[in-house]
Design a protein around this ligand. Sequence first.
Ligand code: NAD
Ligand code: GLY
Length: 373
Amino acid sequence: MDTYLSHEASFRRILVQASRSYEIIVGRDLLKDCGHWIRQIASPCVAVIVADDTVDGLYGDRVAASVEKEGIRALRYRFPHGEESKNPDRLFELLEFMAERSVTRTDLIIALGGGVTGDLTGFAASVYLRGTPFIQIPTTLLAAVDSSVGGKTAVNLKAGKNLAGTFNQPHLVLCDTDTLKTLPEQEFACGMAEVIKYGVLSDPALFRLLEQEDARDHLDSIICRCVSIKKDLVMEDEFDTGLRQLLNLGHTLAHAIEKYSGFCISHGQAVAMGLAAVARCAWASGLAKEDCSGRIEAVLGKYGLPVRCDYPVDRLCQAILKDKKRSGGTINLVIPQRIGDTCLHRIEVERLVEFYSSDVRKEEKDSKKGLTK
Ligand code: NAD
Ligand code: GLY
């Protein structure tokens, strides 16, 4: 990772080498120069700026002004914020919007916003005219550390989350960390769930930093660390047939919780619950080398995240079975063995309920023996 200082801003560049190679630029005050960054990678006549109503109101004008300064015409597609917008109707509306305005394959699509915008726009970019360049400008912590990198795009179907999508790497990721200053506390916490996930996954030093200090004081370097971890896994297994699945730590249950809640529980909150649950169950079922669930729950709690979910385990497991992670009669679980050490563990689908209720069974047993934590 290189750190560069320009006359106006300091930023770091991280290179992702996948089916398309691209840079992730992380730094402050980058939005006002986004036209300049676009010119480094493409020469579009038109840039379609896709943003939800909140983000468009906050940052749409700044991005549009910057691209227009470079002689690129800005078109703006704005949609209602929230997970409900990540659906096939919205996808087709966006495609029609571009087609009606004769956007071509040499133009550029900009995903300006959080993971919902990134997933929807990335999908549209991969199918519009069979592929049109797009860049990610993440404005949530969750998008900065996770969804803007790695090329997974999706919309939700009635049957479940992210059930239609593509792999489509962006041409550039421009992460202006100043945009995170307007993020509501709860949305910041949701991003922290993914940050904590990276610590548990493979970085004990990052995890300790999150325990001991305030993440806000180290935001740029935390984002760079997280995307570097993700980049390495993406470069190893871009199409998610092996090691990349480790990034789904906590997500198997999380997607089921989101779906079961009718998307009232956000992705980040669900990831927090899923992460805490899989850590407890991994220990209770003898799959972990150490009991790290207490530390994980404590750090999730420190950043305002929930660690328990009241939904019935059998109903959540039914939802998991609709998830795309299933393969025939088995499913890969991502098991935290200790902080910084995680593995994939394949189990039969019939054993899912047993696994996800093992923590409660152990707690009941311990409490009968007077061993409660
Ligand atoms: P989001 O895009 O809905 O953003 C959350 C909220 O924050 C929205 O209301 C938005 O308007 C608001 N917002 C965004 N930026 C803001 C800013 N700077 N200031 C003020 N408000 C702002 O949700 P999210 O949490 O960013 O992303 C969640 C989505 O990402 C889920 O759909 C999830 O499935 C997806 N995801 C995808 C991947 C991937 O690899 N593609 C990885 C993780 C999550
Ligand atoms: N968020 C999981 C992945 O990108 O693979």
